[in-house]
Design a protein around this ligand. Structure first.
Ligand code: SF4
Length: 409
């Protein structure tokens, strides 16, 4: 009823698009482009419609995963203009962790309750396909129950080129060594004109699609992502969404859609190439809401990234169509080193507190969105009520209320 009232106040063109999306008619790319510029009452209507669609698609559960990021090396030759993470091998803070250190990080993750490690890194010019295989073998043989979510399409492209194997064979070789799923990163915006401006040495659209299609084909599911808030136009953004939706219709391999706002502080894309200073809050909310409506019913999990948005805006995204809070991460550094100010770890307890704050039900999931634990009955936590044994919960909970505090401490 509330939505009907809101739609009656909304521009008729926008109201029709939202009404159709709630009636299960597939949204066109041009319609998505209109919504991606919604402001005022149209934006309110978009968010309300997406929230209703989320309720229909996923109910009141909000899922999250207990995971740890592990970056094996920050040495990278690719030179993406938006990256503040990559280092030259001669830089003082360049690192290249041995495989044994990766295993120890995985052990530490398990000790803190993780079900997944997410492994991504720079493209080290002296490594090849065997390096990726060694990492998988070492971690998987030590911790066979730990899910390994690893290697962006850029890393898979590099390893595949070095391997000389057919692509399918190469992916199966990694899967046999323990690869569980892959991140759908390195997508940025799947438009070659734009890709040649922001990261000319990175794989182009057709190769990204070839790799992800092949991965889905051998049973390696992936996330789907977009990086927005830099030089892209609204039509390019809408076309990107359509490219992802088309691939999902073909393979069904995407587990979720994760919009990733561009972090502008420490990179050339903003300083020298004229990108805008990251996304606005309106853009952040629009892409979540449009993602919810545009991908249904093919992708029903829409994830908000607290690392990019901060915890408060991530909560808002859960009211605008998102149903997943992402992961605890434990060692997030790619966004942080590009200038993100939102910390590198949130405990599962803090995540549940943020979800409960919205009157929703926290659910711990695994990487492929199977429910592991529900928290229907957990008592309401407040930022001043601890629960963890490491004595840092209060500090972290305060950080959740004020993400900048993470940086200050
Ligand atoms: S985004 Fe990845 S591939 Fe590009 S420079 Fe950074 S680490 Fe390298």
């Amino acid at each position: 009823m509330m939505i009907e009232k809101l739609l009656s106040l909304t521009n008729p063109r926008v109201a029709n698009i939202l009404d159709a999306a709630l009636s299960d008619r597939e949204m066109t790319r041009d319609e998505a482009a209109i919504l991606l510029e919604a402001t005022g009452v149209e934006l309110h209507a978009l968010m309300a419609a997406a929230d209703e669609a989320r309720r229909q698609d996923c109910g009141e559960d909000v899922s999250y995963v207990v995971n740890r990021n592990i970056n094996s090396t920050n040495i990278c030759y690719v030179g993406c203009s938006f990256c503040g993470f990559a280092r030259n091998k001669h830089d003082e803070d360049a690192y290249d962790h041995p495989v044994e250190a990766m295993v120890e990080k995985a052990r530490g993750a398990i000790e803190r309750g993780a079900t997944e490690v997410c492994i991504q890194a720079g493209i080290h010019p002296n490594k090849d396909h065997r390096h990726y295989h060694e990492i998988l073998e070492a971690i998987h043989s030590t911790f066979p129950d730990l899910h390994i979510h690893a290697f962006s399409p850029e890393e898979l492209d590099w390893g595949h080129q070095k391997s000389g194997m057919p692509l399918k064979e190469y992916l199966l070789w990694l899967k046999d060594a323990g690869l569980g799923t892959i991140p759908g990163t390195a997508a940025e915006i799947l438009d070659d004109t734009l890709r040649k401006r922001i990261s000319p040495r990175k794989l182009m659209t057709e190769r990204w699609l070839e790799i992800v299609r092949a991965a889905h084909g051998v049973g390696l599911r992936s996330s789907s992502t977009v990086m927005y808030g830099h030089l892209e136009t609204v039509p390019q953004l809408a076309a990107h969404l359509e490219t992802l939706r088309n691939l999902q219709k073909e393979t069904g391999g995407f587990t979720e859609f994760v919009p990733l706002g561009f972090i502008h502080e420490k990179n050339l894309l903003y300083k020298e190439l004229g990108a805008r200073a990251g996304s606005s809050m309106l853009e952040d909310l629009r892409i979540i809401s449009v993602g919810r409506l545009f991908f249904r019913p093919g992708i029903i999990n829409v994830q908000t990234s607290w690392v990019k948005l901060g915890t408060k805006l991530a909560q808002m995204a859960l009211l605008a169509g998102a149903n997943d809070f992402g992961g605890t991460l434990m060692e997030e550094s790619i966004s942080r080193e590009s200038g993100s100010q939102h910390g590198e770890y949130l405990s599962a307890e803090e995540i549940r507190m943020l979800i409960r704050d919205l009157g929703r039900v926290p659910v711990e999931r695994n990487t492929t969105y199977q429910e592991l634990r529900r928290f229907d009955e957990e008592p309401q936590l407040t930022p001043l009520q601890g629960g963890e044994s490491d004595g840092k919960t209060v500090e972290r909970a305060e950080s959740a209320a004020n993400p900048l505090r993470v940086l200050a401490s």
